[in-house]
Design a protein around this ligand. Structure first.
Ligand code: GUN
Length: 291
């Protein structure tokens, strides 16, 4: 078994972006600017947003962060989004999900200017992705595609099984793996909570991409020898021995699967760092389109 090392790759990508930004600075032109809106106190979301801002500092992007209380109304949140849509100094921004229950996620995503939607969640961008047009790709599936490409993992003609059909990971992943190109050209099965006999599909998969959020779900007996395993699951589980009181667990029973898989992403240190790097790439795209 070999490790698909997201930390190493993400570092390389961030270094590439940092050098580009240094060139802009040397030429005296403005640098890319990313914004992040965080509503409420969700601990994982706060960490994600903190990390996105840290990444901006590392590569030399300008960043803005807007923290709003859980009690904010949907209309107030949309008013903030409209301000950022109209802010010419901002290339792109994200609204961290999930949002509090009283806010309709669809309405919020629809309010973001598609040209600034560096998460690739707006229906316009999702549609463009599905039509294989140039657009912002959702960062997690984009990061997985980049990882498969940089590790030269063959995908053409292979059977890829995606577990989970979320709008952020599973569904876009299934679209990207089946697209014309490399990576891509895969024969994709998109499985979900209503799939009967999931093992039937995973056992025949050359590539399994799991985005379920159930720690340790995927076991050795569910995969075929030599499969490529991509674990998107990242669930906080209680751990009294950790100073933070929790540890991060993937969907894959790593120790159980590692002898049988050819390639595997660890959790943490696999898909997560790639997701962060791809948000920077999308911001760079937004910046270059505007120039
Ligand atoms: N919540 C979980 N993943 C993501 C992401 O990639 N973007 C945003 N905005 N929220 C998320």
């Amino acid at each position: 078994m070999q490790i698909l090392d997201g930390i190493k790759l993400a570092k390389e990508i961030k270094q590439e972006i940092k050098e580009l930004v240094q060139n802009y600075k040397d030429q005296g032109v403005r640098v890319p600017h990313l914004g992040a809106i965080l509503v409420g106190e969700n601990g994982a979301s706060q960490t994600y947003v903190d990390n996105k801002i840290k990444d901006c500092h590392f590569v030399g992007f300008e960043s803005s962060e807007l923290r709003l209380p859980t009690t904010i109304s949907q209309d107030e949140l949309i008013a903030e989004i409209v301000k950022w849509n109209n802010d010419d100094t901002l290339d792109g921004f994200i609204v961290q999900l999930p949002l509090p229950k009283h806010i309709d996620q669809e309405v919020v995503i629809n309010a973001i200017d598609p040209n600034k939607d560096v998460d690739g969640f707006h229906p316009t961008n999702f549609g463009k992705m599905a039509l294989e047009m140039d657009t912002f790709l959702p960062a997690t599936p984009y990061g997985i595609m980049e990882m498969l490409e940089r590790y030269n993992i063959p995908t053409a003609g292979k059977h890829t099984v995606v577990i989970g059909r979320s709008r952020i990971v599973g569904r876009p992943m299934s679209i990207l793996m089946s697209k014309n190109g490399n990576p891509g050209n895969s024969t994709v099965t998109l499985t979900h909570s209503k799939t009967e006999n999931l093992e039937h599909y995973t056992k025949s998969a050359d590539i399994v991409i799991t985005a379920l959020g159930v720690p340790g779900f995927l076991k050795a007996e569910m995969i075929k020898e030599g499969a490529v395993i991509v674990d998107v699951g990242i669930t906080r589980v209680d751990d009294a021995t950790s100073p933070r009181g929790f540890k991060l667990a993937g969907d894959v029973d790593f120790d159980n699967v590692k002898e049988k898989a050819a390639w595997i992403t660890p959790v943490p240190g696999g898909v997560g760092p790639m997701t962060r790097a791809m948000l920077l790439k999308n911001t760079l795209l937004a910046y270059n389109r505007k120039k």
